[in-house]
Write a protein that binds this ligand. Structure first.
Ligand SMILES: [Zn+2]
Length: 163
């Protein structure tokens, strides 16, 4: 993804109040390898149930505030709905995002299962190593990357109430 600055990230948030944006902790951007990411996601170290993600939706940076379910998933495997990576249940969390605008102010939200640490981009880049033995790892990654972007777009469409 194209790099983002802190002011761009603050300006991108579509489903947060001014106060929430004000107290949003910012990730250390100097460590971010932008070209290896479909979105930038981070958790709030001071509020365990909060998470944030931001990405480029075409030419527009769009960011979401997410709230994770308070009870973790039961033991067993779970699949992230964005990157499709299967993981132990505790590492995939039901996140809900308040909808943008009036619906969000009324309390409407949309939920989906996402990797608890919001590291989908990392996971899809680790997993393809397995496929290198059978060739086409770049192609596999490109396909996973595209699918991740498509699913994220669909989720954000629901938050923005476009669909
Ligand atoms: Zn994921």
């Amino acid at each position: 993804m194209r790099p983002l600055t802190i002011p761009e990230i603050r300006g991108a948030m579509v489903n947060a109040t001014e106060a929430e944006i004000e107290r949003m902790p910012m990730p250390g951007l100097h460590e971010v390898v932008w070209e290896d990411r479909e979105y930038l996601g981070w958790r709030d170290p001071s509020a365990a149930h909060r998470g944030y993600l931001v990405y480029w939706r075409g030419d527009r940076a769009v960011g979401l505030v997410l709230r994770s379910a308070t009870s973790p998933l039961r033991a067993g495997a779970a699949i992230c709905s964005l990157c499709s990576t299967g993981q132990p249940g505790g590492q995939v969390t039901l996140f809900s995002a308040p909808r943008a605008g009036e619906a969000g102010r009324r309390g409407d939200s949309v939920g989906t299962y996402i990797c608890a640490d919001l590291s989908c981009s990392l996971l899809i880049r680790i997993a393809p190593r397995y496929f290198e033995q059978i060739g086409g790892s770049d192609e596999v990654l490109a396909r996973k990357s595209h699918r991740l972007e498509t699913r994220l777009d669909a989720f954000v469409s629901r938050v923005l109430q476009e669909a």
